[in-house]
Design a protein around this ligand. Sequence first.
Ligand code: SF4
Length: 254
Amino acid sequence: MATERPTAGDADAVHTVTLQIGESGEPIRIALPTGTIAPEGVLPALQTIADEVVRRGIAAARDRGRPISCTAGCAACCRHLAVISDVEARALAGLVDRMPEPRRSLLRARFASAAQRMAAAGLAAPALAIAALSAAQLRALADGYFRQHIDCPFLEDERCSIYDERPLVCRRMLVTSPAEFCADPHDSRVRALRLPKLAAATLLLTSDEDPPQPAAVPLPLALDWVQANAATVPPRGADQWMLRFVQRLADTEA
Ligand code: SF4
């Protein structure tokens, strides 16, 4: 990771960082804010990295003769249980808080409905403990959730209503297999696009533990989770957050 500092007196309070993600390809240049920031402040940079990584992944798949089969209006993956980082949960809760009425109330009602349905199906408790589940328990949770046919609260007319703000895990939901295979969450014929594990690294971003522990939040429970979990992570320099991210990504890939 290389940093280019702004010149003295630069009114744009940003600087440029160059990152090498993966072993090949051009380094990715991103702008980071100067000064100390909450972890949510580094999310736009992580989203930029994810979008560039995905763009390259799509191009490489196309060059191999395996184009992406996902199309606008196909939202099968938006009825799987998406797991996001604590940082993204706080960012999404803030996004909903800033929405004008009546949209804010509509979104909150959708989240409440999803949470209620998960609780009624006995899925909320295991979902909140997802980082500690065994592979068999994870599979049971994923199956149980998919069977409930719970729409993501942000899904509207089979499209993501917060497309530019969507979590990193949503950005990598791309397949090269026929779209109809996605109707079964365990269909072995589904061929997901292989990409660096950026979303997994973000789950570890705020952990000071050694080894880092994932802070994994089920997306439909994000508003409740944020309300129940006050932010305790101290602000850090944007460079420090980015360095952590790169280290967590390297650990995750290893
Ligand atoms: S945030 Fe958007 S892309 Fe992600 S699951 Fe929800 S509707 Fe789908």
